[in-house]
Ligand binder design. Structure first.
Ligand SMILES: Nc1ncnc2c1ncn2[C@@H]1O[C@H](COP(=O)(O)OP(=O)(O)OP(=O)(O)O)[C@@H](O)[C@H]1O
Length: 598
């Protein structure tokens, strides 16, 4: 039982993975392979009557076909004379039919492969986008990127190698059945030869699998390093650290090279060993047949043809299987990654939240990252159209708090209501459509200004009007009109051609275009020159009253007009009140204001 389990795990773990995606299609592939094998075997068997017809006796001895004598009996039944022409015709028919089936099976396999890869890609992309932010924030970005790009292609290769191996396995099996029908002795020898060669390859398989696992890990590391290299390019250049970083990349490349070479070496060994092993087995079989069994030459030759073919496929099977093992690390990684994506999906409630947001309320909310408490006992309420400002030391939990309000992070304890409805019951995606979030690093897509702000809306007259309205509100119109291509100007990768302030104003305009109800600004004013800052602040004051605005600000000046200022300290709210009241009653706040005025 244990042996059977191990056998299934070793050879069929891949099958259960593919089955989960492909279902019945796997049986169609197997069925087509069986048909191809049968037609090929029957065609080859026709060589025997052919040989007998051209031999000295000039007649066919049906008994030499063993249990396959029905093939020549068939000629008698349909009353067709058994001669060279009729046998040739049947052979031609069988091999043409085989060719046709092979063609159909090839096309089917490729179609299923492409369908499978598309399904896998779609499931990964959907899985990624439903991933909880908490899991994502601590995930290995290199692995995510590598799995979604390079590794998918390797899984596609794994599919191809696996099913080709499978097909070859079926062919070997069918040839053995034929050999068994013609001459049972041969079947035993075929099995023995195949079984013995498998031992030779056992170690090679193990090493290939190990190297493949290592390769996937190293590709993940490389991808991670590259992402960071591109993302931090400016810093690495400006600080003269790019050479050091390049060395890290080179080291990683060397490790990938080493693993790939190892896999290549193992493959080469397998390829080179193919013919000598095959010939050794064939010669041994001929010798055994002639010396010990004194068999007829006809069945020996036919059995040898079938045997040689079976062994040929067996060797191909071993090579393809080794190639499959070379990609098995990717398959393991993909299986694990898929499971992780599933296990860490964000939870969405069932309530489709369509109504306007009136009240946001947190009561005794706690939030942890692992075992570290980040937010403790947070209670406060935001009413419709109120402007709330969050201030406090770095690391006091301001961003975490707005991430909770934006539905990015789930609370660990306490209650979080919107319009008196528990947020865990709400379809959070619905709610997030009503939220605009201007993050600490403004998000700029590598596309035109219009697409960046309208989020790829069609350039209709109505949308253009909406675009200019948002641009005006975000104090961006002078900038847009100064651009050579105006709204169609391309912004470059991560907005490389823009200043920090311009980037922020573009992301503000995007949120205004979206027509949100809640506007979250995380330090949105930190990278602006004082003039632009004043313009934005002026615009914010204009926006005040139209939206719920939550600002995380380091400059007190920008939030003077907020309805409430929340002071955060070590993950707790230390005070909430208006600017004027806080100045009077909070020495901490007063000190902050004084320091900033200086
Ligand atoms: N993904 C994470 N995993 C673990 N800890 C985290 C994670 N993100 C943030 N933290 C921790 O949570 C705490 C609060 O961080 P947060 O970003 O909310 O502070 P902040 O008040 O916004 O700071 P700043 O003003 O510097 O942006 C910090 O101690 C930070 O180290």
């Amino acid at each position: 039982m244990d042996l059977l389990k191990r056998f299934i795990k070793r050879y069929f773990a891949g099958l259960s993975y593919f089955y989960s995606f492909l279902g019945y299609r796997i049986f169609v592939i197997v069925f087509l392979s069986v048909i191809v094998g049968l037609l090929d075997g029957l065609g080859l068997t026709m060589f025997l009557p052919l040989l007998q017809l051209v031999s000295e006796s000039g007649t066919v001895n049906p008994d030499s076909l063993g249990r396959l004598r029905f093939l020549v009996d068939f000629f008698e039944v349909v009353n067709i004379p058994l001669n060279l022409i009729s046998i040739f015709c049947l052979m031609l028919f069988l091999f043409f039919a085989k060719g046709l089936m092979l063609y159909i099976s090839g096309i089917y396999k490729v179609n299923v492969q492409q369908w499978f890869i598309k399904k896998l890609r779609v499931s990964l992309v959907k899985g990624l986008n439903r991933l909880s932010y908490k899991f994502f924030a601590n995930a290995d970005f290199g692995r995510i990127q590598n799995t979604l790009t390079g590794e998918i292609n390797k899984v596609s290769d794994a599919y191809s190698e696996y099913f080709t191996s499978f097909q070859y396995g079926i062919l070997v099996f069918i040839y053995m059945v034929f050999a068994f029908f013609i001459d049972a002795q041969f079947a035993v020898l075929v099995s023995l030869g195949g079984f013995l060669t498998n031992f030779l390859y056992k170690n090679l398989y193990k090493n290939t699998k190990e190297a493949s696992r290592k390769l996937t890990g190293e590709n993940n590391v490389f991808e991670n390093l590259i992402i960071q290299n591109v993302g931090n390019f400016k810093y690495l250049k400006a600080t003269g650290t790019s050479d050091n970083y390049t060395n890290k990349l080179i080291d990683s490349t060397s490790r990938i090279e080493h693993s790939n070479k190892k896999i290549g070496k193992l493959e080469a060994l397998l390829n080179a060993g193919r013919e000598p092993i095959l010939i050794t087995v064939v010669v041994a079989v001929i010798l055994i047949q002639i010396t010990y069994f004194d068999s007829d030459l006809g069945p020996i030759i036919i059995s040898l043809i079938i045997f040689y073919r079976a062994l040929g496929y067996l060797v191909h099977l071993q090579i393809r299987w080794n190639k499959f093992l070379g990609t098995s690390g990717s398959l393991e990684n993909m299986t694990k990654f898929g499971k992780e994506l599933q296990a860490n999906q964000e939870k969405r409630g069932n309530i489709n939240f369509e109504e306007p947001i009136e009240i946001i309320e947190l009561s005794n909310v706690f939030f942890n990252y692992g075992k570290t408490a980040i937010l403790k006992d947070i209670s406060f309420r935001i009413n419709k159209k109120e402007t709330i400002a969050l201030v406090g030391e770095s690391g006091s939990g301001k961003t975490t708090l707005v991430n909770i309000i934006a539905g990015l992070l789930p609370i660990d304890q306490g209650e979080f209501h919107i319009n008196k409805i528990q947020t865990k019951d709400i379809n959070i995606n619905n709610l997030q459509k009503k939220i605009g979030y201007i993050t600490q690093d403004p998000v700029i897509f590598d596309d035109s200004l219009f697409n960046n702000i309208s989020f790829w809306a069609e350039q209709t007259e109505e949308n253009l009007e909406r675009f200019w309205k948002a641009v005006n509100k975000a104090a961006l119109s002078d900038f847009v009109t100064s651009l050579p291509e105006k709204e169609n100007e391309k912004l470059g990768h991560s907005g490389i051609k823009l200043s920090g302030g311009q980037k922020q104003r573009i992301s503000i305009a995007r949120e205004l275009y979206k027509d949100v109800e809640v506007l979250i600004l995380d330090e949105a004013t930190s990278a602006l020159d004082s003039e632009t800052e004043m313009a934005i602040q002026h615009n914010m004051d204009n926006l005040k009253g139209d939206y719920i605005i939550i600002i995380i600000a380091h400059r007190i000046a920008t939030i003077k007009n907020a309805d409430k200022i929340v002071i955060m300290k070590n993950g707790r709210i230390s005070e909430i009140d208006s600017y004027n009241k806080l100045i009077r009653k909070s020495p901490y706040f007063k000190k902050m204001v004084q320091l900033q005025e200086i």
